[in-house]
Design a protein around this ligand. Structure first.
Ligand SMILES: *Cc1c(COP(=O)(O)O)cnc(C)c1O
Length: 401
């Protein structure tokens, strides 16, 4: 069969617009397309491939579990799921884990748990969920409605109710919405899709205090920021605030689909037998892979390496900017970085992405004004340098066009 990009238009639902090339092989932070052209990967499958492509230990875990036991359903438990849950609870504030298959599903579980917790403890009037404008929490109808971009949730009929949005980094805005009828506040501890926006320390502490005052659960969506991305295993660890629930996915499986919701024993007990579930969630194959990813990422070498590599990126992009003056700011933390376009280039992030791909570099955008970099956490320093050299050529192309 002749597999081309044209075949996409013929057989796929048109909700995506993928690049012209089709990668066929990946190793570390490099990709190869059908024609054998080599690319440097600063996108990492949207903050997923934390250990690059085909990391030998992850491949070994996949093969070994694949030859042993793939799937049982939750009628039975399994060893990889229990080991992974133990390691996640040992590494975080949480004591209980619920496994899902994606970020949206982990968030769906967190939101349903928060509603159920509030109903059991305080009654049905306590059902309001507050999230933040520009926030992103997934594409199921509940999570996309909690997300802060109505363009993603409009046009699908009546939305789930009792959901409000405050301004991120604006405590007063949250204060006007929150009340004793608020059951949960959901936020990203570093907004990803919304433009790589870090919260101020005061804001995060203030959100925690308002949640405590009104008996509302604080849910951190760490789907993008978790698993070492910011240089801490989870971003909350670098913010001096402990949430009540965190959700994790993307990098957790290093490319294999898995998500999880983590919480305390007290809160967890409200998801009683039969209240929620998933056929695949916590399947042995996914959990064996994720256990290996967690073992490797949650080490001082990898986590401190993230901080070192962040500096290489920042210095490199700053040097490019000194010459081309197209960025107003480099923001984010660890290897979740955004180069914000200056006014002259407003709205043109996609042009930088397309020019980068022409220079054989994969990067991402976060909205129309931010070029986003979410590479492997163990990307070799030489690949960063070579990727930045390619990025410089792409920038020159856009600026001089
Ligand atoms: C990607 C993302 C999600 C959705 O995850 P899926 O696996 O695509 O369902 C949710 N929240 C955040 C913060 C994300 O970055």
């Amino acid at each position: 069969m002749n597999v081309t990009r044209d075949l996409f238009n013929e057989v796929m639902v048109p909700n995506y617009n993928p690049a012209a090339i089709i990668p066929v092989k990946g190793l570390g932070s490099r990709l190869w397309d059908q024609a054998g052209s080599e690319y440097i990967d600063f996108a990492g499958g949207i903050a997923v491939n934390v250990l690059g492509h085909c990391h030998p230990d992850v491949v070994a875990a996949l093969k070994s579990q694949g030859e042993t036991l793939w799937h049982l359903s939750n009628v039975l438990t399994n060893e990889p799921a229990l080991r992974l849950a133990k390691k996640l609870t040992d590494a975080t504030f949480a004591k209980k884990v619920y496994f899902a298959n994606s970020g949206a599903e982990a968030n769906e579980a967190a939101l349903k748990l928060a509603r159920r917790f509030a109903l059991d403890q305080f009654g049905e009037q306590k059902n309001q969920i507050i999230a933040f404008k520009q926030g992103f929490h997934g594409r199921t109808f509940f999570t996309v409605t909690v997300g802060g971009q109505t363009s993603y949730s409009d046009g699908f009929g009546p939305k789930p109710g009792a959901i409000e949005h405050a301004d991120y980094n604006d405590l007063a805005s949250l204060e006007t919405l929150i009340s004793d009828n608020t059951c949960a506040v959901m936020m990203e501890p570093l907004q990803g899709e919304g433009g790589i926006i870090s919260p101020s320390a005061d804001f995060v502490k203030g959100v925690r205090a308002l949640c405590d005052k009104h008996n509302a659960l604080l849910i951190f969506d760490e789907v993008q920021s978790g698993i070492g991305r910011t240089g801490d295993l989870y971003a909350y660890m670098g913010l001096g605030v402990t949430p009540d629930i965190i959700t994790t996915a993307k990098a957790l499986g290093g490319g294999f689909p898995i998500g999880a919701m983590l919480t305390t024993t007290e809160i967890a007990q409200h998801l009683k037998i039969g209240t929620h579930g998933s056929t695949y969630g916590g399947n042995p194959l996914a959990c064996a892979v994720a256990e290996t990813v967690l073992d490797i990422v949650n080490t001082p070498e990898v986590l401190s390496g993230v901080k070192h590599k962040e500096q290489l990126f920042r210095k490199g992009i700053e040097a490019i900017n000194q010459q081309y003056h197209c960025f107003s700011e480099i923001r984010g933390k660890g290897l979740l970085l955004g180069a914000v376009l200056s006014e002259d280039f407003a709205g043109r992030a996609r042009d930088f992405l397309v020019a980068s791909a022409e220079e054989k570099l994969m990067c991402l955008v976060a909205g129309a004004n931010v070029v986003r970099f979410t590479p492997s956490l163990i990307i070799p320093d030489e690949d960063i340098q070579e990727g930045l050299a390619r990025f410089e050529r792409a920038v020159a192309k856009v600026v001089n066009s």
